[in-house]
Design a protein around this ligand. Structure first.
Ligand SMILES: Cc1cc2nc3c(=O)[nH]c(=O)nc-3n(C[C@H](O)[C@H](O)[C@H](O)COP(=O)(O)OP(=O)(O)OC[C@H]3O[C@@H](n4cnc5c(N)ncnc54)[C@H](O)[C@@H]3O)c2cc1C
Ligand SMILES: Cc1cc2nc3c(=O)[nH]c(=O)nc-3n(C[C@H](O)[C@H](O)[C@H](O)COP(=O)(O)O)c2cc1C
Length: 609
């Protein structure tokens, strides 16, 4: 059996020295193992090929899908790939890998997604090993509308280099239209992998029991079982959505509310689409026809002009703007072109690289029509104009039903985005498509299921759960509660819900109170921010009942948070630390360690957007 020596924890080294030595030995022994394994080539345990570790950080599945695609493609280039989420770095035996591809999106404000956060904490810490034995390549997914574009991928790339790993190709970056950029990056990667100087490695040696031979020796696991084929590609997906029917629609806020939250019931009958609670539904909207007309008029177009769609298909300009291109948020390339054609001094100044934050400020609430109005009368041909636009993207919504309670249906809880800016009414593309223009049983609603990989009920029905979901964050928790009731799970359920006013904004009040009465909910704590002078939010409620919260944690409760990422999730995270400090009598550091352990054990899961 192949053994890789590792320095025992009791050896007289600092953690950093130990980590460096372990990385170094792993590299040496990987080569030795190749030789040894090569000698056993006839053994059924070994297949030839370069082992390639493909790891992803992905919140909503795009980076994961790409990672799996790269893994499949790598096999045509002589590799045998294993695919893991980045947080699974221990199971992936990262320190023993020789080639690594990282595909990661960016969330929050330039942060790694949830299923890569623990990996980043580890990689960025002193515990991270030297990685001289590793060749790597990083591809980032992001959205140029965010200030820190592809920020997580920059962090991974820089840190891997700092730890001594060898970069195979420059880091790639993909905007929301990621297909072409991802393909181009992959096309550059395969030759670099082929030319890599290292000898071919051997893979798929089965995982052995972790029998220890002599002090400090562990089993060599060249490759553990890959997850590559775990998720079969469904028939309908992001690029081929199912035309569903809306079968019910109601407003959840009472008249008088400042909010407009809707409950939608969508029939999936005939699609073969399946989902589990915790998954999201992707919805592909069309643009508001009034906005299309405004834009055509602003640019001096008729709408009948022939243009190419995003896939190179022939279509009319009207159809392209209605169905295929994003026509609200202005792409920087379009602003640049307007500024250059009109010689607008204000815009030209804002486009200077050192004025990025002023440009972001200027863009707040402005859409493409506003850019034309404030930039001056720039003239484009229809083909030129659509050349600046990005492809219209689907939006994701946490499914708020359990398939066991509502077979063949997916329910959504959607806040209609409406605001006024620069003297015009603005509407969220998808939320207002659903709220204003989808006619029951008539308008096709293109949908797909986005499988969640990190937001799941505990496997054990007896485990208590605490759910924190203000506003539309309630969505997956309605699904969790329905599911637990349907399967007769006996674990206690505690929900924190919050919104502006109890009288108008208590979403699903009757359902929740009925669940409380029947015991499906053990505790229900609400925070209505505008019902009193001082603002009260869910995080304040957590602190008020810190002792009870702590007891649930100590009883093994899983904690779930859903909803606003920018403020709520951060405040709730801070409150969780404070609860542990206060009620658990811990220091700041101990509370942070406690939260980290919750995360590692999948007991603290977040679905925030
Ligand atoms: C995994 C996941 C789950 C989600 N689940 C849900 C859910 O259950 N329910 C739900 O409602 N949403 C959910 N969302 C959010 C949802 O996907 C959409 O982002 C949301 O509906 C807005 O999309 P839209 O097309 O209506 O608006 P868009 O056309 O995308 O417009 C939104 C943008 O408008 C701008 N904007 C908004 N308000 C203002 C303002 N006052 N002033 C200036 N600019 C403003 C902001 O730039 C904002 O990003 C989820 C997102 C993810 C990623
Ligand atoms: C709430 C939220 C925050 C985001 N933050 C960033 C960001 O800071 N930088 C960036 O480049 N992209 C950001 N994005 C865009 C995502 O990285 C992008 O949509 C990516 O394709 C998602 O890939 P995934 O499905 O693998 O998670 C954000 C998206 C959302 C919804």
């Amino acid at each position: 059996m192949n053994k890789v020596p590792c320095v025992p924890a009791t050896a007289p080294f600092t953690p950093e020295q130990r980590a460096w030595l372990n990385g170094y030995l792993a590299g040496l022994f990987a080569d030795a193992a190749v030789g040894e394994a090569a000698a056993q080539e006839s053994s059924s345990r070994v297949e030839e090929g370069k082992p390639l570790l493909v790891m992803y950080g992905s919140q909503t599945g795009t980076a994961e899908d790409l990672a799996r695609r790269f893994a499949r493609e790598s096999e045509k280039h002589g590799c045998v790939a294993s695919v893991f989420a980045l947080n699974d770095y221990e199971n992936a035996e990262l320190t023993r890998a020789s080639r690594l591809i990282v595909v990661s999106s960016t969330w929050g404000d330039g942060d790694p997604p949830e299923n890569a956060a623990a990996f980043w904490t580890w990689l960025d810490s002193e515990a991270a090993p030297r990685l001289e034995h590793l060749s790597y390549a990083v591809l980032g997914l992001g959205d140029r509308n965010y200030p820190d574009f592809c920020g997580a991928s920059k962090k991974f790339d820089a840190r891997l280099e700092q730890l001594g790993a060898r970069r195979l190709v420059p880091r790639g970056e993909c905007d929301v239209d990621y297909e072409a950029a991802a393909k181009a990056w992959g096309d550059g990667l395969w030759p670099a992998l082929a030319n890599e100087a290292r000898a071919p490695r051997l893979v798929r040696i089965e995982r052995k029991s972790s029998e220890t031979v002599g002090i400090g020796f562990t089993d060599l696991i060249v490759s553990t079982k890959s997850e590559t084929d775990r998720m079969p590609d469904p028939h309908y997906g992001r690029t081929n959505p199912f035309s569903a029917r809306l079968i019910a629609h109601r407003r959840l806020n009472a008249p008088g509310s400042a909010k407009d939250t809707r409950h939608f019931e969508i029939s999936l009958e005939g699609s073969g689409l399946r989902y589990e609670v915790g998954d999201a539904l992707g919805v592909m909207p069309t643009n508001c026809p009034v906005l299309v007309e405004e834009l055509l008029a602003e640019c001096g177009f008729q709408g009948e002009e022939a243009v190419k769609g995003p896939a190179g298909n022939d279509t009319s300009l009207h159809e392209a703007l209605f169905r295929h291109f994003a026509i609200t948020q202005p792409p920087t390339s379009l602003i640049q072109a307007v500024a250059e054609r009109t010689r607008n001094a204000e815009l030209l100044a804002l486009l200077q690289p050192d004025r990025k934050s002023q440009l972001d400020k200027w863009l707040e609430g402005r859409d493409i029509v506003d850019v034309f109005r404030s930039g001056g009368a720039a003239k484009f041909t229809p083909e030129e104009f659509v050349g600046f636009l990005r492809k219209l993207q689907p939006r994701l919504y946490s499914i708020s039903s359990s398939p066991k309670a509502h077979p063949g249906e997916a329910h959504l809880t959607v806040a209609a985005v409406r605001y006024e800016a620069l003297g015009r009414e603005k509407k969220g593309v998808c939320s207002c498509f659903l709220a204003d223009r989808v006619v029951l049983n008539q308008t096709p609603v293109p949908v797909f299921v986005q499988v969640s990989h990190g937001f799941r009920l505990p496997a054990e029905g007896n485990t208590p759960i605490i759910m924190i979901g203000p506003g539309t964050g309630i969505a997956p928790f309605r699904a969790f509660l329905e599911e637990r009731r349907a399967i007769g799970a006996r674990g206690c359920n505690w929900l924190f819900f919050g919104d502006q006013c109890e009288a108008w904004d208590y979403l699903y009040r009757e359902e929740l109170e009925a669940m409380l009465a029947e015991g499906a909910l053990r505790r229900l704590d609400t925070a209505f921010s505008r019902d009193q002078k001082e603002k009260i939010y869910v995080q304040h409620r957590m602190l008020e009942i810190a002792g009870e919260f702590w007891r649930w944690l100590e009883d093994g409760a899983h904690v779930y948070v859903c909803g606003d990422a920018r403020r709520m999730a951060k405040d709730v995270d801070a409150a969780l630390h404070a609860v542990i400090q206060k009620a658990g009598d811990k220091s700041i550091e101990q509370a942070a360690e406690y939260v980290q352990r919750l995360k590692t054990a999948n007991r603290y899961q977040r679905d925030v957007y």
